[in-house]
Ligand binder design. Structure first.
Ligand code: 3SL
Length: 243
């Protein structure tokens, strides 16, 4: 399996469609997606465009939908939820479809939505996604981070390194790291793997969240490793379901 890591959506080649892709937004979109599906959401449908989101959501039965919207770390006016994994509890999301748009994570999802296989990963479901990839055995896998408005983010690289480290550990002879971005992510993982929350807190987006108020529960949820046995899987463009 050839593994490449792209820091942000803008780095992803536009002239080829990947066989398999994994999108990561540790703080916090793909952590929220994993938690929502783990807590019984029917699906998470993602949008980079808010008008499209509203149009699609309004066509869905009112009692079975929730609108989740974030820009700049804050909940959007008129939306039911912001982008916190802590807010998607079973009482709130069970049986519901979440119509979701975030600053960066849903843009990254958009840029690889034509991939034959598309999963989302975060630290809590790293092992579940890695084990699914070991079963699938794609020849080529693109790991795509979300960053912040086109710039690198530490926490997405950390998780990309963690995912690659798990695959390398299980099947060292079958994994080929094909770009320097992923080698750097592996080094970052080795540096911080025993203090994941510490890494999230020194990251620029971690500091941004701290500046917006107390996010202690978010940090603790987003940095818990390998405790969700869930693989958010794209079942039609933009629609993620639990697998
Ligand atoms: O950028 C994103 O997609 C969000 O995950 C950012 S935030 O953590 O909700 O602020």
């Amino acid at each position: 399996m050839k593994l490449a890591y792209f820091h942000v959506a803008n780095d992803v080649p536009t002239d080829i469609t990947p066989e398999a892709a994994v999108v990561i937004d540790v703080l916090r979109a793909t952590t929220t997606i994993a938690c929502a599906l783990n807590n019984g959401a029917e699906a998470v449908e993602t949008f980079s465009d808010l008008d499209q989101l509203k149009k699609k959501a309004m066509a869905w039965p009112k009692q079975l939908r929730l609108l989740l919207g974030e820009r700049g770390g804050k909940r959007l006016d008129g939306f039911d939820l912001g982008n916190s994994p802590v807010s998607v509890s079973p009482q709130i999301v069970t049986g519901k479809r979440l119509f979701m748009s975030t600053t960066n994570g849903t843009r990254s999802l958009d840029c690889v939505r034509m991939a034959k296989v598309l999963y989302t990963a975060s630290l809590p479901n790293r092992k579940a996604v890695a084990e699914k990839l070991l079963v699938d055995q794609p020849n080529e896998l693109w790991i795509v981070g979300s960053g912040w408005e086109g710039s690198y983010s530490l926490e997405d690289s950390l998780a990309a390194g963690g995912l690659a480290a798990f695959l390398l550990d299980k099947t060292p002879t079958m994994i080929q790291v094909v770009n320097d971005e992923l080698n750097a992510a592996l080094a970052l993982w080795n540096q911080w793997k025993n203090d994941l929350e510490g890494c999230l807190r020194i990251a620029s987006h971690g500091k941004r969240l701290i500046g917006l108020g107390n996010h202690d529960f978010d940090f603790s949820c987003c940095s818990q490793l390998d405790h969700l046995d869930i693989v958010p899987t794209q079942v039609e463009p933009g629609v993620l379901c639990a697998r």
